[in-house]
Design a protein. Structure first.
Length: 398
């Protein structure tokens, strides 16, 4: 830490050896963690964004790759609540990843001695479910810092170009405080005081599908299912959690994969969860079954616009603005009018071969009330509809 401020050495060097991760050493994407070790981020929070979060992950548990979250994340809504008098963006921040509350106390003391009045946020590692140590057989870990949807694109580009050092603190073999393990924390409740589930919403979802036409060309209809990934469970059962995030609800059609032939169009219909106060933002991405995205998919802003356009086309049904549709095709210009074409993404055979099945994955992030992912029971699942259009069929026109 002393490398950051040689005039104010605020690391108790008699207790810790310090190693800095920066551009002078090869990138380290996973590391071991001793019972009293810590990883310290002392950098800047991003400029205004829809979402950011910090969370440590167990990458390898024993010999199994689990990539499992170790609890709730430190996200922008959570930090805003914890520190209501502080600005949230473009400010210095300290995040400490450790399994030892005594180490947290040491670091806080060091900052106080240095006259640095700054809160230190704990990214706790629950020692009871992982194997701590610095040998080749101990578990490995990773910190994931997620940032999404910068308000200003150029400011976002400048921020992501920053090289912000991260430090590894390891206690030396000198008399030290007894270890105080970080306990296994109960996850935030996802249950909010509102729900979007209703027969009225379901009826409008069906109406939206009918309004696009070509109902007779429907060859398949798949309702997405919840994919409730849980890092703690994945560690216990030694399964790959694929970088789960408790700030999100994952909805997918992977139980019934879809095909996209030359004359097919797949349209996903769903509710705009943000307007139902269930999420802050969302995205929708087509995935090959190997877990590789076939395209970048659609961001929340485009999904929201699709509902607004449909409400404009049907002024007597203004509630369409609370819904969305998003399409995938081999030829969007052929199958959609100019008004709707921006809500279609073309997938080439290089991106998705004709014979390859794929699934739709929808992520809804951060319920604004609970500060965690939406509750699956309070969401209406999106529906993917596959149309096989005959030669000469008119385009979807809304």
């Amino acid at each position: 830490i002393t490398a950051r401020n040689s005039h104010t050495p605020y690391n108790p060097s008699s207790l810790y050896g310090v190693y800095i991760f920066n551009d002078s050493v090869p990138p380290i994407f996973e590391w071991t963690l001793g019972p009293s070790d810590a990883i310290l981020f002392h950098g800047c929070l991003p400029p205004p964004v829809k979402y950011f979060s910090f969370r440590s992950y167990c990458v390898r548990h024993g010999i199994t790759t689990v990539l499992a979250s170790l609890g709730d994340s430190l996200n922008n809504l959570d930090l805003a609540t914890q520190n209501p008098d502080n600005p949230l963006f473009n400010i210095p921040s300290v995040m400490l990843t450790t399994a030892d509350l005594a180490t947290l106390a040491d670091v806080k003391d060091a900052f106080t001695q240095a006259g640095i009045k700054q809160p230190i946020e704990l990214d706790g590692v629950p020692s009871s479910i992982v194997n701590l140590g610095n040998s080749a057989v101990d578990d490995t870990f990773q910190m994931q810092f997620r940032v999404a949807l910068f308000q200003n694109a150029s400011a976002g580009k400048a921020y992501t170009s920053l090289q912000q050092p991260v430090y590894r603190l390891r206690k030396k073999k000198t008399p030290m405080k007894p270890i105080k393990p970080v306990p296994l924390q109960r996850l935030r409740s996802r249950v909010a005081n509102t729900s979007e589930v209703s027969t009225v919403a379901l009826r409008y979802l069906d109406m939206l599908q009918a309004s696009l036409g070509h109902y007779s060309a429907v060859t398949e209809k798949v309702t997405a299912s919840p994919v409730p990934l849980d890092g703690f469970k994945c560690i216990r059962e030694r399964q790959n959690c694929l970088g789960d995030n408790h700030d999100a609800a994952y909805l997918a059609t992977e139980t019934r994969p879809l095909l996209l032939q030359q004359n097919d169009v797949v349209i996903v219909f769903g509710l705009n969860h943000r307007l139902f106060n269930q999420s802050t933002y969302s995205n929708l991405v087509p995935y090959k079954l190997q877990g590789v995205p076939a395209s970048d998919g659609f961001l929340n802003s485009v999904l929201e616009k699709s509902g607004k356009v449909q409400a404009e086309l049907y002024p007597t049904i203004p509630l369409y603005k609370y819904f969305y549709f998003a399409a995938f095709s081999r030829n969007c210009t052929k199958y959609f009018t100019a008004k709707l074409e921006e809500f279609c993404q073309e997938l080439s055979q290089e991106q998705l071969p004709l014979q390859d099945p794929f699934a739709i994955t929808y992520r809804a992030y951060l319920n604004p009330t609970t500060h965690t992912g939406p509750d699956y029971k309070q969401l209406i699942m999106p529906v993917a509809v596959r149309y096989t259009l005959p030669p000469g069929a008119p385009p979807f026109s809304g």
